[in-house]
Design a protein around this ligand. Structure first.
Ligand code: TRP
Ligand code: ZN
Length: 889
């Protein structure tokens, strides 16, 4: 498998949205017959073709050994077709035809994990496929683009002892024995689909099974498959799947549409999971759960990803993307559906906090850096590099804004029309907006600007109270900074949810100009222009506005709040998210002042004061999980984004001072609170127990600051007696970070206990990679020589190198640049095996241009050195050249 067979940097390797054309050839049906083997798989494909335009037939194919080509049964001579590095061209085909190809594939040497590859060992491992975005061309010659939808019939043949389980997407359609110890199984998918949704799995797998009847009355067998040692960890995922299926029936009216739904877990996977029709494939990390090794956060992620992939069955599979520019059509929408589901399953406030925190941590920096791109990009060189926070998470925010505008009933009417109108089609963002609009007699096309314009809009707000006229005027202005290739920005329609608070914390009833009576205590203002003013009448005191409630738009807000205003919102906002946001803003102010070495700043004082009061509230007054989040300052990445010239050591030190100040202020409350939380610990998985553990972990880390000796002893006891992975890991993390003398021994104990458990060992690698110290690089280097480290395994590489580069600013950005050079070198090695993984790791450099001059120069030279190496993959080359600002558009 070779991503390097395509030319690097030619002027014509950019794909542009504006160049889209309907395919010249359709494939109405495809029959695939695989003779599976680890070293050499032979695939016979029959494509039923229909011409759309008078053009030679062109099929993509990469890394395939072509054995034979037939057209309508006749074997073609080499002179009858043109074979190049990227595919096959056959001139002279008439309006219709049946093309047959036979190819040879080598799954065991496919280290890129795209196409057909081997998971696990040669002796016991199993075969599987990954085709999104462009993996199908590594399996067979095909028009590998999402708008070519075909009906699939797939026959798998293999040695029965080596490959006892044979699976493909669609409905099972027979199985049986063959001579010589071989067997076969056939699958027919009645729903036309693009090649990227094709999947097969073959090998030694165990299953759990559950019967499910859809709301429409279809009987479905749900099956989850895993290797024998992991099958015991699949029950939670099965429960999650059932909850997701019921939810989609209830909330979107969407039912499942095949007789079986399969999920398979693998430890060798580039991404989180994949929604292949009828045969989802999951990174084991997002599927396997058991109380001894899975943290509470991971339980939530598993439920989210299981739901996400299931929801794709409609938002992605039944209605798919016309081209890869429309990726957010399925991903943004599906992330939104997933977030809504999770909010319904547990605390909606916590879900919103996690989602917004994630957006600010990952998407805002992307939108503000050299890799910034619109939710619908207008061009790409390597589509694998566009599975980004912008396409996924900002895309989800755009759908959320639409849903908010329309309200639940109209939004449902819109999605019903979208699914029915476009069932079985490959469509665009415009089609999505048109369906939501048409269902409600609205024109949503102005909204398209959100999809086309990169960069995070900044909304500036200024309030003006006039006691004489009893009016409050809110002046809003918006501005979007330039991004690469988009120097000039236009104003966007921004929904600003607002409430007004009186000094005593009560909410004011709102009456806008022209309204005779107040109609509620919340409004959604629509900021559509560069500047607008909104007037509220009948306001008796200077109010404190709560703006962008619930994070009503993916923007940053600038507003001259006094610290006591933010403190008021932190105390009195009714929504958990908005309380958290007020706490974050206060902490940011405190940070700004700390960085300038201002002691005793009013923002810090206000933050400490409110938090210490909140720590006096008990569980019946304040959700412990919410308290944990309210008391957590923003990440170093987010803090770093506030300064012109990022010095990670200075930012870390300032954040440490803030944490220390909080620990000191809460000192007397920490031990008792910890004690009561610990006394309630039963190791239960329910959300009340999870909320308590979240707070317990937070209190423990503060304890280690306030009372290092007691804190350390407590952490040690917690580690040794832990009933959950959450407790074990938070204790281990606290001890490791605080460089407690026992840390080394405790790490060894953990290592021994989980020897051979891949997911638990990943966490062990991550913990050590994230100790905030310049010396972390030495630890990382040493860990790459650990026998459990595997350069070919994405989870392990991400757990060590990814966690270090993205989650340890102090370590990665050490001033001598050694970590930059080290990572660049590792990326080059990894790229030679797995371009997607190499490119994703390289993204850790995306903020290099904001570093202080010395580090900036070092990072730049590491990046330039890497970009000059020969034989880089297209994925990595694209990532590096965009980060270095080399845009050739
Ligand atoms: N479509 C997958 C999702 O649910 C993403 C994905 C899985 C993917 N594997 C991939 C994307 C490989 C690119 C390459 O989000
Ligand atoms: Zn997805």
């Amino acid at each position: 498998m070779n991503a390097r067979t395509e030319p690097r940097r030619s002027s014509d390797d950019i794909v542009r949205l504006a160049d889209y054309r309907v395919p010249a050839w359709w494939v109405e049906a495809i029959e695939l017959t695989f003779d599976l083997d680890i070293e050499a798989t032979i695939l016979h494909a029959r494509l039923h073709l229909r011409r759309e335009r008078d053009e030679p037939l062109r099929l993509e194919g990469d890394g395939l050994q072509l054995l034979e080509v037939r057209m309508d049964g006749r074997v073609l001579a080499e002179a009858d077709y043109l074979l190049d590095d990227a595919g096959l061209t056959i001139p002279g085909v008439r309006d219709r035809g049946v093309l047959e190809t036979r190819v040879r594939i080598e799954p065991a040497s496919n280290t890129a994990l795209s196409g057909l590859y081997l998971s696990g060992s040669r002796e016991r491992g199993f075969l599987l496929t990954q085709c999104e975005a462009q993996g199908f061309r590594h399996i067979t010659f095909f028009p590998d683009r999402p708008d070519v939808l075909a009906k699939y019939t797939v026959t798998l043949r293999a040695n029965a002892a080596r490959f006892p389980v044979l699976l493909a997407g669609g409905d099972p359609d027979g199985e049986g024995d063959l001579p010589d110890g071989r067997h076969w199984a056939r699958f027919v998918d009645p729903h036309p689909k693009p090649g990227y949704l094709f999947a097969l799995v073959a090998g030694h797998l165990e299953k759990i099974e559950r019967a499910y009847r859809t709301a429409e009355g279809r009987d479905v067998t749900l099956r989850i498959w895993a290797e024998a040692d992991a099958i015991g960890g699949c029950d939670f995922a099965m429960d999650s799947l059932e909850r997701a299926m019921r939810w989609d029936e209830r909330v979107y009216g969407r039912n499942y549409d095949l007789s079986v739904f399969n999920i398979v877990a693998t430890h060798d996977f580039n991404m989180g999971a994949m929604e292949n029709k009828g045969l989802n494939i999951f990174n084991a990390k997002y599927l396997l759960a058991d109380p001894d090794t899975t943290t509470d956060d991971e339980y939530r992620h598993i439920e989210a990803v299981v739901a996400h992939e299931y929801f794709h069955n409609w938002s992605g599979n039944r209605v798919t993307c016309r081209d890869w520019f429309q990726l957010s059509l399925k991903e943004g929408f599906t992330v939104f559906r997933e977030q809504s589901f999770c909010a319904d399953m547990q605390s909606a406030a916590l879900q919103r906090i996690d989602d917004v925190a994630g957006l600010r941590r990952a998407q805002f920096p992307e939108d503000a850096g050299p890799l910034a791109h619109p939710v619908r990009p207008s061009q790409y060189r390597a589509i694998d590099n566009f599975y980004t926070a912008t396409v996924y998470e900002k895309g989800a925010e755009l759908v959320r804004m639409l849903a908010g505008w329309l309200g639940p009933e109209r939004f449902r009417r819109g999605t019903d029309l979208y699914f029915s109108r476009h069932d079985g089609q490959a469509v665009t963002i415009e089609d999505f907006l048109a369906a939501l609009g048409d269902a409600n007699d609205l024109d949503l096309s102005p909204y398209l600007a959100w999809y086309a314009q990169a960069g995070t809009p900044c909304v500036r707000a200024r309030g003006e109270y006039d006691a004489a006229s009893r009016t409050f005027t809110l002046h809003l202005a918006q501005h979007t900074p330039p991004t690469p290739g988009q120097p000039d920005k236009q104003p966007l329609p921004i929904p600003v949810r607002i409430a007004l608070f009186a000094r005593d914390g009560s909410r004011l009833r709102l009456r806008s100009i022209g309204e005779s009576v107040a109609s509620g205590n919340e409004r959604v203002l629509e900021l559509a222009h560069t500047q607008q003013a909104f007037v509220f009448e009948g306001i008796d005191t200077t109010p404190v506005p709560s703006l962008l409630r619930g994070f009503s738009a993916p923007v940053t807000l600038q507003c001259e709040y006094a610290p006591q205003d933010l403190a008021l919102l932190l105390r009195h906002e009714s929504e958990g998210y908005d309380r958290w946001n007020a706490a974050q803003q206060l902490a940011l102010r405190a940070f700004d002042a700390r960085l300038l070495d201002e002691i005793g700043t009013p923002a810090l004082a206000a933050w400490l004061e409110v938090l210490s009061d909140l720590f006096d509230q008990d569980e019946t007054q304040l959700d412990p999980a919410l308290l944990a989040e309210l008391s957590r300052p923003p990440s170093e990445i987010e803090l770093g984004a506030r300064v012109e010239s990022f010095d990670p050591d200075a930012v870390h030190a300032a954040r440490e001072k803030i944490e220390d100040a909080l620990a000191t202020r809460l000192r007397d409350r920490l031990l008792p609170r910890y004690g009561s939380l610990h006394a309630l610990e039963r190791g239960a998985p329910d959300s009340t127990a999870q909320a308590r553990r979240r707070l317990k972990g937070r209190v423990l880390s503060l304890l280690l600051r306030a009372l290092p000796w007691e804190g350390g002893a407590i952490a040690l006891v917690q580690f040794q007696g832990a009933q959950t992975m959450t407790d074990r890991l938070s204790a281990l993390g606290a001890l490791t970070r605080a460089k407690f003398p026992e840390a080394a021994q405790v790490l060894r104990d953990y290592r021994e206990r989980y020897d051979g458990n891949a997911l638990a060992l990943d966490k062990w690698f991550t913990l050590q990679a994230q100790v905030p110290a310049h010396a972390a690089l030495d630890a990382v280097r040493a860990l790459t020589t650990d026998p459990a480290y595997a350069q070919g395994n994405p989870n392990r590489v991400q757990a060590l190198l990814g966690a270090f580069a993205r989650g340890n600013p102090v370590g990665f950005h050490r001033p001598d640049g050694a970590a930059y050079r080290y990572l660049a070198d590792q990326i080059a090695r990894i790229d030679a095996m797995n371009p997607q993984l190499g490119a994703r790791l390289a993204k850790a450099f995306e903020g290099w241009h904001k570093l202080e001059p010395k580090r900036r120069a070092a990072a730049r030279s590491a990046l330039e050195g890497l970009s000059k190496r020969p034989d880089l993959s297209r994925d990595l080359d694209d990532m590096l050249s965009r980060m270095l600002g080399d845009r050739r558009d």
